[in-house]
Design a protein around this ligand. Structure first.
Ligand SMILES: [Zn+2]
Length: 124
């Protein structure tokens, strides 16, 4: 493959930097995030004779939990029902963050390759 001209490379390097900056802007727009899964549970209580004991449709709840792993341990955080949307959104933000990081890394790799090509062509 014929190496790209220095002028072409300089253009690419400039557009790499612009795309990288745009992705970083997306990072700053990110809201609070958390890793995990939101669980919605219906529970049986301990009361003898309570209808929840025999009818699964009459269990109590819903109760919400955010569950995630830390140091190979599963951690469950009980949430008030009103907080469920907050956590649902934070979990979405976390997935967004992961996708953004992947894209930032891809762009970085391609930008680094262009910079490396530019530098090596410089010596010729
Ligand atoms: Zn009950």
């Amino acid at each position: 493959m014929k190496p790209a001209s220095q002028a072409k490379l300089a253009k690419r390097i400039h557009s790499d930097a612009q795309r990288f900056a745009a992705l970083k802007d997306e990072l700053t727009a990110l809201g609070y995030f958390c890793k995990g899964t939101l669980l919605k549970r219906m529970m049986k209580c301990g009361k003898k004779g309570c209808v929840c004991q025999r009818d699964p449709a009459k269990r109590h709840g819903p109760y919400f939990e955010c569950t995630f792993k830390r140091d190979n341990k599963t951690i469950n955080v009980r949430l008030p029902a009103q907080a469920a949307p907050l956590y649902r959104n934070a979990i979405q933000q976390y997935h967004r963050l992961r996708r953004l990081l992947d894209r930032l890394e891809q762009h970085s790799r391609s930008a680094l390759a262009h910079l490396a090509e530019f530098k090596s062509a410089d010596r010729n």
